[in-house]
Design a protein around this ligand. Structure first.
Ligand code: SF4
Length: 386
């Protein structure tokens, strides 16, 4: 029987050590080789054992250390003392008539997060969450309404990818081709774990950097961080208004990082070369859909050669706003196009399953907050129990 203190020499009781286990899903391939290599070395195990573990992790097949069946049983038991490999439990899966599938995941501590799979032709895009809830408080967003619980670890972000990929394969979908960090949370407010997860998805799971998009409402230090990275991860900026005054109504962060500061950071990002910027512009009826605003938006986008996505507002139960009518969106788009800006109207996906950011979790939290005997009276609770 191996001495449990041999690995780190800390003299920590094995039970306490279990709480301090390293999550294998949080490690870049280089770190995994280091950490697991050290562990195997301390047990005089051959180097190929490290490869075996790495294949189980990045091949994505093992959902736990116990499932690494070509690693001897005793060695798995010891590995399990120092490392963990946890995937979230699926709390609910909702499928839209348009093929979009939304997972509500329950994390180890009971927190609920969401990810969405969006099939488009031969592409399959996975939308990941980076936080449980969000502290940014954007006025049009269900996640903002539900508040912030905690940051996700890099492993919890990567685990959404692994579990979604496995689910998609079992459902006969193509492989996940694109990843967007547009689920719950502001990714650049959880910078270190998000940056680590980008490395892991890119280097460990082989998802090309240009196929991964990080979305932000404008956290300038994080944008500058991404600009410094050699990989060409894409950036989507939730702009939603072309001037500070209107933007402040929609995005409280505008007070901390006003538009001129954000645009300066985006110029730095653009100057870093080969890094595409997309502006996300949610079209809310009579709030930000005046064609005159399109002219201002065009000036901003043209200066950065940015692509503009116009997104019809997806109503939430928490705000009395409506999506802009189709003609209004068409007129807005026409102005952008006439100004030479590349733009598209993003087709709403998964509306029948609350696929917009945070809606499913918000409904789940609403349901959980209601006494069980009253839930039958509520349509939301009914939908959750279906
Ligand atoms: S839009 Fe994004 S940043 Fe804003 S509250 Fe929602 S999740 Fe947070």
């Amino acid at each position: 029987m191996a001495d449990p203190e041999r690995y780190d020499g800390s003299g920590i009781h094995p039970e306490a050590q279990r709480e301090r286990r390293t999550d294998l899903l949080s490690l870049t391939p280089e770190d995994l080789r280091d950490r697991v290599g050290h562990f195997m070395g301390s047990r005089h195990e051959p180097v190929y054992r490290v490869d075996q573990v790495a294949r189980w992790v990045y091949g994505g097949e093992a959902r736990s250390i116990a499932e690494m069946t070509n690693v001897p049983h005793q060695l798995r038991t010891e590995l399990d003392r120092y490392f963990t490999l946890d995937e979230p439990e699926p709390a609910r899966v909702s499928r839209s008539a348009d093929g979009t599938a939304k997972h509500l995941w329950r994390l180890r501590d009971g927190e609920l997060i969401e990810s969405v799979l969006i099939p488009t032709g031969d592409r399959l895009t996975l939308c990941l969450s980076s936080q449980a809830g969000c502290a940014m408080g954007c006025t049009f967003c269900a996640t903002g309404w539900a508040g912030f619980s905690r940051h996700l670890t890099a492993g919890e972000i990567v685990a959404q990818f692994r579990a979604s990929r496995r689910w998609a394969a079992a459902e006969g979908h193509p492989a996940v081709s694109n990843i967007v960090y547009m689920g719950m949370g502001e990714p650049l407010a959880n910078r270190e774990p998000v940056m680590a997860s980008l490395m892991i998805l890119n280097q460990g799971y082989g998802v090309g950097a240009r196929r991964i998009t990080v979305s932000t409402v404008g956290l300038v230090p994080g944008i500058l961080d991404l600009a410094r990275r050699p990989e060409q991860f894409r950036l989507a900026v939730s702009l939603h208004a072309p001037d500070s005054e209107l933007r402040r109504r929609l995005i409280p962060l505008e007070q901390r990082h006003p538009l001129p500061e954000l645009l300066a950071a985006l110029r730095t990002f653009d100057a870093a070369g080969g890094k595409r910027i997309t502006f996300e512009y949610t079209m809310i009826k009579d709030v930000n859909d005046d064609p005159a605003l399109a002219v201002r938006l065009a000036t901003i986008a043209a200066g950065l050669q940015a692509f503009v996505n116009l997104i019809p507002y997806n109503p939430t139960p928490y705000r009395n706003w409506q999506p802009s009518p189709r003609e209004r969106i068409g007129a807005f788009r026409k102005v952008l196009a006439e100004c030479g800006v590349n733009c598209a109207v993003r087709a709403p996906r998964g509306r029948d399953i609350d696929a917009a950011c945070g809606q499913l979790r918000a409904r789940a939290l609403t349901s959980l907050a209601v006494p069980v005997e009253q839930q039958g009276e509520q349509q939301d609770a009914k939908r959750l129990s279906e």
